[in-house]
Each structure stands twice: as structure tokens, then as C-alpha cells.
Design a protein around this ligand. Structure first.
Ligand SMILES: NC(=O)c1ccc[n+]([C@@H]2O[C@H](COP(=O)([O-])OP(=O)(O)OC[C@H]3O[C@@H](n4cnc5c(N)ncnc54)[C@H](OP(=O)(O)O)[C@@H]3O)[C@@H](O)[C@H]2O)c1
Length: 279
């Protein structure tokens, strides 16, 4: 089984650079999908209250017989819970649904800068959760540099990660560079743009040259850039394919070919305007 490298977060916690994402995995299929991922060797699962499948993730980990300490589990605070009291309750509920006494990483899912609750209040609640010792690291998702600057000015704990959309069609370099300058690890969500980049002729050409699949080439590009990735698949053969990234390399020219594909194209919402709160 391939060894997945880890990256050291700014508080010393090690995160496996490759994980398994479960966005859009139906709740009733989640235990099976995560069970398969754990069998293949994934030891990092990225879920969220918003995905409605934390229970399935917890079930799969419990059934696998793998020590809880060997699996890095991330979940996220949903948009309706940004007020302090709601955030504290939501964290407890996430632990209960996952059937665990701690998380490895808990993230504020979206900054929601246009809604009534200030994300600074939310981050202060995250700091309390971190101080309680039930979460090994805290971070944010979909935060832009200007949101992070406010956290630096008004709060104590620096986020360990920022999980943002990144793939060959969306470089998101301003946020990535800002993270690198401030010891915030970038996690690249939708790393293969939900499949949209896989037919790109430049990518299929590199794939042909290295004798790997387009998905492996794109995921390898992320890994060589130093970001954390957790591709999603409910298809076992694809889970295996996406896990086999550590026995080949892209050369400088191949890396540059993928990097040059940036066209600022999002598959998801813009963090500065996204304001969805579940009813
Ligand atoms: N923080 C956020 O706001 C946020 C937003 C979006 C995503 N995320 C996280 O990032 C994770 C990954 O992003 P994502 O799920 O949006 O998209 P993704 O991983 O970029 O792509 C998943 C899609 O690609 C297909 N696929 C996977 N591997 C493939 C392969 N080797 N060849 C061909 N097709 C393949 C999957 O199909 P099948 O499943 O049918 O095989 C699925 O349709 C999520 O699961 C979630 O954990 C976070």
C-alpha cells in the first residue's frame, strides 16, 4: 500500500496530503463508499454537516476496525450555525453523528460576509472549541485574504488550513499565495473540477506522455504544488486510481502545462457573495 505523505500544520498536527471527499455521496451510500476508501488505504476523510452524511462516515470508521487515531477526520460548521451558541451546539452534534470524541480538523464552511452574523464571532467560537481539546486543529473554508486579515486583527488563533476551490481551470493563486505566506495550508476542493478538466487535450496529452490517467495527472499536479486534496468518487476503481499518485512525477514542463490552463472558472459559488443558509 502506498504511503501518503503528510503535511505539518501550523500547530504541529500532521495531515495526510491525500484524502477522500464525500460531498454529494448520498447518506445511504456513505458507509459503503468510505469503507471501500479505508480498505484501499485512504486515512483522511473530508465531510461536512452540510453533506448530511457524517453518520455514514462514522459508521464506516467504526466498522473498519482501524484505530480512530489512524484516520484524519475533517468536518465543517454549516452556514446556519455561525452564532456562538449555535456553533458550539453544532460541533457537539457533529461529534455525536460521527460517533467520535474528537475531530482532527473543524472548518468554518463559508465566510458568509453578506449575512447578519459576523464570521469573527464564528471564529471566536471555533477558538473555544479548539481550547476544549476536542478538536486537534481548526481552520476555514472559502475565505479570501481580506476575510483572513480580519481574523488576524481581531482573534487569537491562526487558521491551520483554508479549503478553497482549486483545479487547473481555477488557479485561485491570490488565496493560495496568501496562505503560503501566513502558514495556512491550502486544501484544494473539487481538485478535478468534478470531472470537467479530464477531457482537456493538454491534460490528456500529458497523461499519454507519463502513461497515467488524466485524473492521476491532475491530482499529482496538486500534490507537487504542496496542496492537500481529497477527490470524491463512489466508484471503487476510481478511488484506487486516485490513490495511486506516489509512484510517478510530472516534470517542470508538464507542471507548467497544467498551470497554464487557468481561466478563472469556478465550479462552485463565489465566497464573497455566497449567502445560502439551510432553512
Ligand atoms: N469546502 C467546500 O466548500 C467544498 C466544496 C466542494 C467540495 N469540497 C470537498 O472536496 C471534495 C472533492 O470535490 P468534489 O466532490 O466537488 O469534486 P471532485 O473530487 O473534483 O470530482 C468528483 C467527480 O469526479 C468523478 N471522478 C472521481 N474520480 C474520477 C476519475 N478518476 N476519473 C473520472 N471521474 C472521476 C466522480 O464521479 P463518481 O463519484 O461517479 O465516480 C465525481 O463526479 C468533496 O467531496 C468535498 O469533500 C468542499
Amino acid at each position: 500500500m502506498a504511503t501518503v505523505p503528510t503535511i505539518r500544520l501550523n500547530n504541529g498536527v500532521e495531515i495526510p496530503q491525500l484524502g477522500f471527499g464525500v460531498y454529494q455521496v448520498p447518506p445511504e451510500d456513505t458507509a459503503e463508499a468510505v469503507g471501500a476508501a479505508l480498505e484501499i488505504g485512504y486515512r483522511h476523510i473530508d465531510t461536512a454537516e452540510m453533506y448530511g452524511n457524517e453518520k455514514g462516515v462514522g459508521e464506516a470508521i467504526a466498522r473498519s476496525g482501524i484505530d480512530r487515531g489512524e484516520v484524519f477526520v475533517t468536518s465543517k460548521l454549516n452556514n446556519g450555525f455561525h452564532r456562538r451558541a449555535d456553533a458550539l451546539r453544532a460541533f457537539d452534534q457533529t461529534l455525536a453523528d460521527l460517533g467520535t470524541d474528537h475531530l482532527d480538523l473543524f472548518l468554518v464552511h463559508w465566510p458568509l460576509p453578506t449575512i447578519d452574523v459576523d464570521y469573527v464571532e464564528t471564529w471566536k467560537a471555533m477558538e473555544e472549541i479548539y481550547a476544549s481539546g476536542r478538536c486537534r486543529a481548526i481552520g476555514v473554508s472559502n475565505f479570501q485574504p481580506h476575510h483572513l486579515r480580519r481574523l488576524f486583527a481581531e482573534t487569537e488563533v491562526r487558521p491551520a488550513v483554508n479549503q478553497i476551490e482549486v483545479h487547473p481551470y481555477l488557479a485561485n493563486d491570490e488565496a493560495r499565495t496568501f496562505g503560503a505566506e501566513h502558514e495556512i495550508v491550502t486544501e484544494a476542493w473539487s481538485p478535478i473540477a468534478q470531472g470537467k478538466v479530464l477531457d482537456d487535450p493538454a491534460i490528456t496529452e500529458v497523461a499519454r506522455a507519463v502513461g497515467r490517467t488524466p485524473a492521476q495527472v491532475v491530482l499529482r499536479w496538486h500534490v507537487q504544488r504542496g496542496d492537500v486534496v481529497f477527490p470524491k468518487s463512489v466508484t471503487r476503481s476510481r478511488m484506487e486510481e486516485n490513490f495511486a499518485l506516489f509512484d510517478f512525477e510530472l516534470d517542470e514542463g508538464q507542471m507548467a502545462t497544467l498551470t497554464a490552463l487557468d481561466r478563472g472558472e469556478r465550479t462552485g459559488p463565489d465566497p464573497d457573495t455566497f449567502d445560502f443558509v439551510p432553512g
